[in-house]
Design a protein around this ligand. Structure first.
Ligand SMILES: Nc1nc2c(ncn2[C@@H]2O[C@H](COP(=O)(O)OP(=O)(O)OP(=O)(O)O)[C@@H](O)[C@H]2O)c(=O)[nH]1
Ligand SMILES: [Zn+2]
Length: 188
């Protein structure tokens, strides 16, 4: 169930259109407040999700070696300007004691965390912390690379610039070699 108040968004969008000097009643704009409300419901649906809930499925597989899911595409919304930022997330972890989760669950956690007003750093650390909490792995590394439209279409206007953030826990904090292995696999 969504908690999004469509009526409120519609009123607000109508006011924004009026405030910029547009006519909210002209043909092309007449349904825009409704469309924006539906869009916000979709792009902010992660607000109703807890990223840790996806790690409930655990297989008792004895693999205490690296698992890396890379190039997980995501779209999020910058919480400062409410414009998109988008890119790829890479998630690696070394399971402990048979706590191996379904590969798709890593991508589901990315969806839960990115589909809300966000900061790239918070996306990165929230995913790492969720994996630590639920899977208690030997190590976790999360790398997120993104283009922020608030830096490309407006403001400082630097198209093509990318922001890369990482969060490391456990074995990846201690071992430069473990980090280097993942970073080289991500680049391949
Ligand atoms: N750390 C961090 N900053 C972000 C992220 N997304 C956007 N920002 C930055 O948030 C900052 C907001 O700065 P403000 O000075 O309050 O707002 P502003 O006047 O619109 O800033 P400019 O973008 O420089 O025009 C900007 O520097 C953005 O680049 C993010 O995911 N992480
Ligand atoms: Zn922004």
């Amino acid at each position: 169930m969504s908690n999004v108040d469509h009526e409120k968004i519609e009123k607000a969008v109508t006011m924004i259109l009026e405030a910029i000097g547009e006519d909210p009643n002209r043909e092309g704009l007449i349904d825009t407040p409704k469309r924006v409300a539906r869009m916000y419901e979709e792009v902010f649906q992660g607000l109703n999700q807890d990223p840790t809930e996806h790690f409930a499925t655990v297989f008792g597989e004895d693999h205490e070696e690296l698992v890396l899911v890379k190039d997980i595409p995501f779209y999020s919304t910058c919480e400062h300007h409410l414009v998109p930022f988008f890119g790829k997330a890479h998630i690696g972890y070394i399971p402990r004691g048979g706590k191996v989760t379904g590969l798709s669950k890593l991508a589901r956690a990315v969806e839960a965390v990115t589909r809300r007003p966000q900061l790239q750093e918070r996306i990165t650390s929230t995913i790492a912390n969720a994996i630590v909490e639920k899977l208690e792995p030997l190590g976790v590394i999360v790398v997120v690379e993104a283009e922020h439209m608030c830096m490309t279409m407006r403001g400082v206007k630097k198209p093509g610039s990318k922001t890369v953030t990482s969060a490391v826990r456990g074995a990846f904090e201690k071992s430069a070699a473990a980090r280097a292995e993942v970073l080289s696999l991500i680049k391949e």
